[in-house]
Design a protein around this ligand. Structure first.
Ligand code: NAP
Length: 249
C-alpha cells in the first residue's frame, strides 16, 4: 500500500506513533521516526528493522519550529523525498477546570498539540510540493469534536487541529497534498496509564465506548496507514474518528 513512500511520524517513540511506524513499514514505506524521547524513538527503529523494514531516528521537539524544519531536511537528506507525514506527538497536560488551569500548562499543551502540528505541516507541505504531492495525517482526538471536563487546553488544541487540517486541505489539495485528521477514542498507551491505574476511572472510560473496551494503538495506525496511501486518493479535509463508538452516544 505504501511501497517506495517515505513517511515521517512525530512522537514515534511510543504508543500510537510507534504503531504507525510499524504499520507503515509493514506496508512498504521507509520510515523516519522522530520523538523528544531518544530511547523510545531508537527502540521503535529497532522494532521496524526487526520486522524487515527500513527506518531512521531523528530527535525532534515539535514545539520548536526549527526542529520541525530540521526533521524534514534530515528526511530529504537521507531518503531523497517526503511523501507522507503523521503529526502525532502530543501530551495530555494538566487536569484542572478552566478557572484553575495553570497558565504554563495551557501554553505547553497549545504549543505541542496545536502549534507543533502547524510547524510540522509548514515544512512538510513545502517538501511534498517538490515531488508533486503527498499525504498528511494529523493526530486529533475525540476531544477534537467534543470536550472533556478538566482538559480545556487539550480539548481546545485538538479542536484546533481539525480547523488547521481543513485550512491546509483547502489550500493544497489541488496541488496533490491531501490533509486529514483522525480522532482516536481512549487508546491503551502510556499517555493514559495514569487514568487506567484507577479502577473506577478505567471502568468509566470503558463504559464511554459502546464497543466495551479501550482501543489499541494498532487500530489507530491502520486508519492512519490507509489515509496515508493512494487508496484514500479522494479523501482530504476530513476528520475520521476511530473511537469504538464514543462519539455516537
Ligand atoms: P504517548 O504514548 O505518550 O506517546 C507520545 C509520544 O510523543 C511520546 O514518546 C512523547 O515523548 C512524545 N512527545 C511528547 N512531547 C513531544 C514533543 N514536544 N516533541 C516530540 N515528541 C513529543 O501517547 P499516545 O497515546 O501514543 O499519543 C499520541 C497522540 O495521540 C497524541 O497526539 C495524543 O494526543 C493522541 N491521542 C491519544 C489518545 C489516547 O487515549 N492514548 C486518544 C486520542 C488522541 P515523552 O514520553 O518523552 O513525553
Amino acid at each position: 500500500m505504501l511501497k517506495n513512500k517515505v513517511a515521517l511520524v512525530t512522537g514515534g517513540g511510543s504508543g500510537i506513533g510507534r504503531a504507525v511506524a510499524q504499520v507503515w513499514a509493514r506496508e512498504g514505506a521507509k520510515v523516519v521516526v522522530s520523538d523528544l524521547d531518544v530511547a523510545g524513538g531508537e527502540e521503535t527503529v529497532k522494532l521496524v528493522r526487526a520486522q524487515g523494514g527500513d527506518a531512521i531516528f531523528v530527535a525532534t521537539d515539535v514545539g520548536k519550529a526549527a526542529d520541525c524544519e530540521a526533521l524534514v531536511n534530515a528526511t530529504v537528506a537521507h531518503y531523497g523525498r517526503l511523501d507522507v507525514a503523521c503529526n502525532n506527538a502530543g501530551i495530555g497536560g494538566p487536569s484542572a477546570p478552566t478557572a484553575d488551569y495553570p497558565l504554563d500548562g495551557w501554553a505547553q499543551v497549545i504549543n505541542i498539540n496545536l502549534s507543533g502540528v502547524f510547524y510540522g505541516m509548514k515544512y512538510q507541505i513545502a517538501a511534498m510540493l517538490k515531488n508533486g504531492g503527498g499525504s498528511i495525517v494529523n493526530m486529533a482526538s475525540i476531544l477534537g469534536a467534543v470536550a472533556f471536563a478538566n482538559s480545556p487546553a487539550y480539548s481546545a488544541a485538538k479542536h484546533g487541529v481539525l480547523g488547521l487540517t481543513q485550512a491546509a486541505a483547502l489550500e493544497y489539495s489541488a496541488q496533490g497534498v491531501r490533509v486529514n485528521s483522525v480522532g482516536p477514542g481512549f487508546i491503551h498507551t502510556p499517555m493514559i496509564s495514569g487514568l487506567e491505574a484507577d479502577d473506577g476511572v478505567r471502568a468509566f472510560l470503558v463504559g464511554a465506548h459502546p464497543i466495551g473496551r479501550l482501543g489499541k494503538a494498532t487500530e489507530v495506525a491502520e486508519l492512519v496507514a490507509w489515509l496515508s496511501s493512494d487508496r484514500a486518493s479522494f479523501v482530504t479535509g476530513a476528520y475520521y474518528p476511530v473511537d469504538g463508538g464514543y462519539l455516537a452516544r
